[in-house]
Design a protein around this ligand. Structure first.
Ligand SMILES: Nc1ncnc2c1ncn2[C@@H]1O[C@H](COP(=O)(O)OP(=O)(O)OP(=O)(O)O)[C@@H](O)[C@H]1O
Ligand SMILES: [Mg+2]
Length: 398
């Protein structure tokens, strides 16, 4: 008998002590783990305790029959292999054995070869089932480990993403503050001029009640204007929960309101081009965010390249069938071909420390792909305005 079949556990249930001893000695010779019981009740106890793979049992036993024992064992584990050894072989007994899915029926007096053959066959079957179970468990365990690893990675990734989102938000808030400062400059100058007016008129003794009133009204208007600017920016920072209908005109106004003043003061011409006004159903603020990210990169490129004149950023809006396309074109010199493939990577920047974090384009692409279901691409161009970069953003219309 093969060596690897031998750690099979066998329970012998037999009320004749002589017969039991005989089986026991025989099977032990083959190194099986053998348990014994002198009646069916003891057999059940031993079964529960030792969980044998095979039970060899007699049928006719006092108190409880072998069939009752088999029925109980099958309730616990219906795959347990059973060998019946009996002196009786009526049709009724055979039927009952078949009903209980007994594996082998061996008639007394026993041919030992037959018994050993039966055990060997069952053992092989049990072994291969055990092997399959072991392999299944192993696969399950490995699957669990992999799943855990994937989950951990996803979690880590989400943490990283949210950290980056936070960083890019701070960076954008910094930009917003500088935009507000630019937009406040004009009303602040106007208020200061109005105050100076009052001062001059007063010093000449010409300050009339009407003049005071009209100057105060003017100052109130300017303050209201400044307050509106703050509200616009605050509003812009609220997260957009659902897509809404809006027109290209309103999108462009949003960009102009946020960044127009700053660009004019830096001598950058912002050209917004579109042939016909279309209505989109999308996330307007997100789109403004990404466009501002791109436009600000152009602004920085003019600074980096120390370009003083003829600074132009053009946004071309194009209506396609199911999508709309925005081309963001500048003439700030372009991107080195050696690094152009890397600019969307997180933390990739060519700017000095403190000037850029390198997450602007990463976040821009992530917003376009994940939130807007769109695409972004980049290439260097050489237009009539000079060499520069062209980003193409394509987004579904709704
Ligand atoms: N219009 C452009 N012209 C020239 N280079 C550009 C342009 N846009 C992006 N780049 C290059 O791509 C790099 C990555 O841009 P990205 O917006 O991701 O980061 P950043 O601007 O350096 O920093 P951040 O946006 O996080 O403040 C930039 O450092 C710059 O080298
Ligand atoms: Mg940037």
């Amino acid at each position: 008998m093969e060596k690897d079949l031998q750690n099979i556990k066998i329970l012998i249930v037999e009320n004749s002590e002589d017969a039991r001893k005989f089986y026991l000695d025989l099977l032990k010779k083959y190194n099986f783990n053998v348990y014994e019981a002198s009646n069916a009740k003891e057999g059940i106890e031993s079964y529960k305790k030792n969980l044998p793979d095979i039970i060899i049992t007699d049928i006719i036993m006092p108190e409880m029959s072998g069939f009752e024992l088999i029925a109980k064992v099958k309730q616990i584990n219906k795959n347990t292999s059973i060998i019946i050894i009996s002196a009786f072989e009526s049709i009724e007994i055979l039927h009952q054995a078949i009903d209980l899915e007994v594996c082998k029926f061996i008639k007394k007096p026993i041919h030992w070869d037959k018994l050993l053959n039966a055990i060997e066959m069952l053992s092989k079957d049990i072994k291969s089932k055990k092997l399959i179970k072991f392999q299944k468990n192993l696969i399950e365990k490995q699957k669990k480990i992999l799943e855990n690893r994937v989950e951990n990675e996803i979690e880590k990734n989400q943490e990283k993403e949210s950290l980056m989102f936070q960083q890019s938000r701070y960076a954008q808030m910094g930009e917003m503050l500088s935009m507000i400062a630019h937009q406040w400059r004009q009303p602040l100058n106007a208020i200061s001029a109005s105050a100076m007016n009052i001062e001059i008129e007063n010093s000449f003794g010409e300050l009339t009640e009407e003049s005071i009133e009209s100057n105060i009204k003017f100052i109130h208007n300017q303050i209201q204007n400044m307050s509106n600017i703050i509200n616009d920016f605050m509003n812009f920072f609220k997260v957009e929960k659902e897509s809404l209908e809006f027109t290209i005109t309103s999108l462009m106004k949003g960009i102009e309101d946020l960044i127009g003043a700053q660009f004019r003061s830096r001598g950058i011409e912002l050209i917004l081009n579109f042939k016909e006004d279309i209505t989109l159903n999308s996330y307007k603020k997100e789109i403004i965010h990404i466009l501002i990210n791109l436009i600000i990169n152009s602004r920085d490129a003019f600074d980096d390249m120390d370009i003083k004149k003829n600074k132009i950023v053009t946004l071309n809006f194009k209506d396609k069938r199911d999508t709309f396309e925005i081309a963001i074109i500048d003439n700030a010199g372009g991107i080195d071909e050696n690094i152009i493939d890397r600019i969307f990577e997180p933390y990739f920047t060519t700017k000095e420390q403190g000037k850029g974090t390198g997450i602007g384009l990463y976040m821009t692409r992530s917003i376009i792909e994940k939130n807007l279901s769109g695409e972004i691409s980049v290439r260097n161009i050489d237009s009539k305005n000079g060499k520069g970069v062209c980003f193409i953003v394509e987004i579904p219309k709704g």
